[in-house]
Design a protein around this ligand. Structure first.
Ligand code: G4P
Ligand code: NA
Ligand code: NA
Length: 194
């Protein structure tokens, strides 16, 4: 997605060889026009799939899951990282280890909102180590739903997330793929043909 590459070049801050800060438009302050365009793009890419629900994980996947759900005319659902007091025990739950935070947390989704009749499109902002996304894939599999695929806004192709998900047999599309980066320099991989 050219628009997104340009925006990353203009406003992205490369903090190290592995961390890209995009919080002026993507995941802290959010450019809603861009977010809606991202949703439309995922809608186009997965138009061949009869998606019934879009799934993400809190917090910064939510705006893109919502935009995609609007484009597809279906609801979206976000997995929670902490158990809410209103949440019953009827949840699908998987442990996810965060490499950046060096902690393991429990990710959960109510059983009420995901089941064998669903065809799920998972959406998230970053594909890095893939730990969180792999957890969502496990939840979809446990629910008996079909997995349409995974859509990521930014993939850091030099990290292991794509491999991890492909080994699970998942169809992945990323709108922007970063081949490599270092402070002051960013190289994008060729855009995937869908
Ligand atoms: P992931 O690949 O499955 O997302 O897992 P990982 O443990 O590698 O990433 C941990 C968190 O860091 C994730 O957010 C992920 O989106 C975020 N992240 C990874 N690389 C980058 C990066 O280069 N830049 C930015 N800005 N974020 C990155 P999270 O734990 O889901 O938290 P939240 O921010 O969505 O609440
Ligand atoms: Na995220
Ligand atoms: Na994040």
């Amino acid at each position: 997605m050219k628009l997104l590459e340009e925006r990353i070049r203009q406003e992205g801050l490369i903090l190290s060889d592995t961390v890209l800060k995009v919080d002026s438009f993507l995941n802290h302050q959010v450019d809603t026009v861009l977010a809606l365009e991202i949703g439309k793009e995922f809608g186009r890419i997965f138009a061949d799939e009869p998606v019934t629900k879009v799934l993400t994980i809190e917090a910064s996947g939510i705006q893109f899951a919502m935009a995609t759900a609007i484009a597809l005319g279906v609801p979206f659902l976000y997995a929670k990282k902490k158990k809410a007091v209103t949440q019953s025990d009827a949840v699908y739950s998987v442990p996810v280890h965060s490499f950046t935070r060096q902690e393991t947390y429990q990710v959960s989704v109510s059983r009420r909102y995901l089941g064998p009749d669903d065809n799920v499109l998972i959406v998230d902002d970053f594909l890095a180590t893939g730990a969180a996304l792999a957890g969502l894939v496990d939840i979809v599999n446990e629910s008996g739903a079909k997995l349409a695929g995974v859509g990521c806004v930014i993939e850091k192709s030099f990290q292991e997330g794509r491999d991890l998900l492909e080994r699970k047999g998942v169809r992945i599309h990323s709108l922007v793929r970063i081949a490599s980066m270092s402070p002051g320099e960013i190289r994008f991989a060729e855009e995937e043909r869908t």
